[in-house]
Design a binder for this molecule. Structure first.
Ligand code: ZN
Length: 167
């Protein structure tokens, strides 16, 4: 249960940051990610403009749009561990909790949540971000990281950005 209170703290940060940076509407190419862990278990969330994930933000009605959207969301599910790369020695496994498309007016967001379970505590290791390898249009991701009492924030603006999970 403590993980959820940590998540609330992280999401609070993300929320505040987004209100300051983007106002109510989002900026295409700019996403928000949170990574919160306690011990071996954690959660990764991503909020991204749909445009940066599957190329449009209208409600998918045409068959071709539906296909495009489904393929991109499947890619997100399959590739999250290539976007957020833990040290292979930790044997971390991602599991999708939910991936949703939320439309508001002319804009739409993809909101994704993954549970992560590792065999070794990631504290002291490094996380590498390769978000643009998978979604080239998602060029500015604000990441909030919380591992126990280690708190970091990073802008994942290019492939290879690494964060050490140390104080
Ligand atoms: Zn938009």
């Amino acid at each position: 249960m403590r993980l959820f209170s940590l998540m609330a703290v992280v999401l609070g940060f993300v929320f505040q940051a987004s209100a300051q940076h983007h106002g109510k509407s989002h900026v295409h190419g700019a996403g928000k990610m949170s990574i919160a862990f306690e011990g071996l278990a954690g959660k990764v969330t991503l909020e991204s403009p749909s445009e940066s994930i599957f190329g449009f933000e209208h409600v998918a009605k045409k068959e071709s749009d539906k296909k495009k959207q489904t393929a991109a969301l499947e890619k997100l599910e399959k590739s999250i561990s290539e976007m957020v790369v833990f040290d292979p020695k930790l044997e971390c496994i991602f599991k999708k909790e939910s991936i949703q498309v939320n439309t508001e007016g002319k804009h739409s967001d993809v909101d994704a949540s993954f549970a992560v379970a590792c065999k070794v505590d990631p504290v002291g290791s490094t996380i590498t971000f390769n978000i643009q390898k998978v979604f080239g249009k998602l060029t500015d991701v604000d990441v909030q990281i919380l591992f126990g009492d280690i708190q970091k924030s990073v802008e994942a603006t290019k492939n290879g950005i690494a964060v050490e999970l140390k104080k």
